[in-house]
Design a protein around this ligand. Structure first.
Ligand code: 7TS
Length: 407
């Protein structure tokens, strides 16, 4: 393995230093949510201990400190994804809320009966259902580009589905169920050639690769803090300034206004126009700390290390009789979805738990992907930068032992 400071990184995560069922914890459910380093936990407790007050409201010292920390984190997000301005960074509850925000604002303002939103067949439910709800409200139509047996987007079919009715392309950057990484640059270039904006669901991509929204030229990028070693309850919607400015607000309330009378309300400027009410202050600060943490390690180093982990896991899994990997895209992130002959994924999950190994079993909120591969569910091991080759060995031994007993 490359020179990656794995032991040092592992030591930063208190939760990993424990045994589960008398075995060292092997946490491989990182695509669902990943664990938090001490610096993230400390940043939040430090806020509550010494600096906490509501933001953007008071002139008193604590409110100023709290606001500085909150807005400082926005600047960290801006730099992390290379947005051109902090005005383009909207804090949301997570990826799900970010996509719903776009559907209910941009979508309602720009889609009418017969207009189309184009997604792919590998989307998480949070990039399907908000568009179905919008379709119900507006008469718009959802189009779905197919995938092949490797779990890759079929690009020429995708291209054919772009029409003069397409008003938005909304695709996952990296699939949570398959690990497939979509050719997002090609997708964006193609859509932009027809003046169609593109939203990327970056929930899975963001912890695994460096993302530059200006280089990509995407119009929206959505991600969640909790999959990036930050807290739950916080996410980001990046949007290009001109598009965000043209969109109506999402929710009404405090902070998103400049002037209110009973007759009319003048909305606040970006990004506050989309941040109604008291925001999740500590969570934003924690996200800022998580960004500092991964940035100090380096996203490119993380990506290279995780590529080695995935290659090793894939190679080891290939030696296990009766194990079938679901999702073998040529461009793939650190996710190993699999099924075993005669053992239901839920039983795999339960039995591995008895060995201290945490994986996810289920449909991964991507039921259409399960339908496509004709499986009810898969078992999914998803890796983070703190996972080691030795942990993959423990996983493979665990799988072999349960095949011996139950297979
Ligand atoms: N998009 C993708 C690709 C995801 O993987 C997820 C969460 C979401 C959107 C929604 O993110 P949220 O933070 O708003 O919930 N994926 C998973 C998963 O694979 N297992 O649990 C949650």
């Amino acid at each position: 393995m490359t020179d990656f400071p794995i032991e040092k990184i592992r030591a930063d995560f208190p939760i990993l230093q424990q045994t589960i069922r008398n075995k060292p914890l092997v946490y491989l459910d990182n695509a669902a949510t990943c664990q938090k380093p001490e610096c993230v936990i400390d940043s939040m407790s430090e806020l509550y201990r010494t600096n906490y007050a509501n933001v953007h409201r008071g002139v008193h010292t604590l409110s100023v400190r709290s606001t500085d920390l909150y807005e400082g984190a926005r600047d960290k997000v801006k730099q992390f994804i290379n947005a051109s301005s902090t005005k383009e960074i909207i804090f949301t509850k997570g990826t799900t809320e970010a996509i719903n925000l776009v559907a209910q604002t941009f979508g309602k303002a720009n889609l009418a009966e017969g207009d189309e939103v184009l997604i792919t067949a590998m989307e998480h439910h949070s990039n399907i259902v908000p568009w179905q709800m919008l379709a119900e409200q507006t008469g718009a139509v959802l189009r779905v580009a197919p995938i092949n047996q490797q779990g890759e987007l079929m690009f020429s079919e995708f291209e054919q589905l772009i029409s003069d009715k397409t008003r938005l392309v909304s695709v996952v950057h990296m699939s949570n169920a398959l690990g497939s990484v979509n050719p997002v640059q090609k997708i964006i270039d193609l859509a932009h050639a027809k003046d169609i904006p593109v939203l990327l669901d970056g929930a899975q991509a963001i912890p695994h690769m460096s993302v530059d929204v200006q280089a990509l030229d995407c119009d929206f990028y959505a991600f969640s803090g909790h999959k990036l070693y930050g807290p739950s309850g916080i996410g980001v919607l990046y949007g290009k300034q001109d598009i965000l400015n043209a969109m109506p607000p999402y929710q009404g309330g405090g902070d998103m206004i400049r002037k209110v009378t009973f007759e009319e309300t003048e909305y606040n400027t970006l990004p506050y126009k989309f941040e109604a009410g008291t925001p999740p202050i500590a969570e934003v600060v924690g996200l800022g700390a998580a960004i500092d943490y991964v940035s100090a390690i380096g996203m490119d180093k993380i990506a290279a290390y995780e590529a080695e982990l995935l290659a090793y896991a894939t190679q080891q899994a290939a030696h296990i009789d009766g194990l079938q990997i679901i999702g073998q895209a040529s461009e793939k992130g650190a996710i190993l979805s699999f099924v075993l002959d005669k053992i239901h994924p839920h039983d795999i999950g339960t039995m591995l738990d008895s060995l201290g190994i945490a994986i996810r079993a289920g449909h991964h909120c991507a039921m259409p992907v399960m339908d496509f591969f004709e499986v009810p569910a898969t078992a999914r091991a998803s890796f983070a930068m703190y996972n080691s080759k030795e942990e993959i060995d423990v996983l493979m031994e665990g799988i072999k032992s349960l095949i011996e007993v139950f297979g």
